[in-house]
Design a protein around this ligand. Structure first.
Ligand SMILES: N[C@@H](CCC(=O)N[C@@H](CS)C(=O)NCC(=O)O)C(=O)O
Length: 206
């Protein structure tokens, strides 16, 4: 398998899951800041010009964080990355969708790419403020989800890898404070050997 990733991007959650699984894979760096995602070498693999991209052993390509995380968990049951019951699995997918579709795409992207939401430069401070509000509210909701639990659905799952990447962003790249439950979750995640290996491989200090 090959994981196309960028250091510190949302792909870090998938990178952590691959380390958790422990099977061989090749990490391939995509230099987003240099626009490598738009070059034919990459668009021939993922025409969406985004990371993460997973190229599986049969050569087929899988994109989108929730799909990749779900596929990795389903095909590696021994890693126990999803609860065994349908309700627990649905809860994990519910949390991942919220992190990716709302906190990341609606919140964080507004804060750092306001021009994608309004072409008018005069609007951009308002767009950023709206994004910050969505991002911060997300942590409040995830904090409630974590109440009384170490991990999002109780035991460690793919949902924690998703929550971790936005917690990582909140810490290094925003002034959004993590509520106590999310802060404890962030520390708990960093203490996992697989997460520590991923951070070291991406050259990230958390
Ligand atoms: N919906 C996609 C989002 C992926 C995404 O937005 N990735 C960002 C990095 S965190 C990216 O590749 N950005 C490059 C760009 O927008 O040019 C997913 O779930 O995988």
């Amino acid at each position: 398998m090959k994981l196309y990733y960028a250091p510190g991007a949302c792909s870090l959650g998938i990178h952590a899951l691959l380390e958790e699984i422990g099977k061989p894979y090749e990490p391939v760096l995509v230099a987003l800041r240099e626009g490598a995602q738009f070059k034919p070498e990459y668009t021939s693999i993922n025409p969406k010009s985004k990371v993460p991209t997973l190229v599986r052993d049969d050569g087929s390509v899988l994109t989108e964080f929730p799909a990749i995380a779900y596929w990795l968990a389903s095909t590696n049951p021994g890693a126990k990355l999803l609860p065994p019951d349908a309700d627990g699995q649905a809860r994990a997918l519910e949390a991942i969708d919220y992190v990716v579709a709302t906190m990341h795409m609606q919140g964080f992207t507004r804060m750092f790419r306001p021009e994608r939401f309004s072409p008018n430069p005069a609007d951009q401070d308002a767009v950023k403020a709206q994004g910050r509000q969505i991002f911060a509210r997300g942590f409040d909701l995830m904090d409630r989800t974590l109440a009384g639990k170490d991990y999002v659905v109780g035991s460690y799952s793919i949902a924690d890898a998703a929550l971790f990447y936005v917690e990582f962003w909140a810490n290094g790249r925003t002034d959004v404070p993590l509520p106590a439950g999310c802060e404890a979750h962030y520390e708990r995640m960093k203490a996992r050997p697989a997460v520590a290996r991923m951070l070291a491989q991406e050259g990230l200090a958390a």
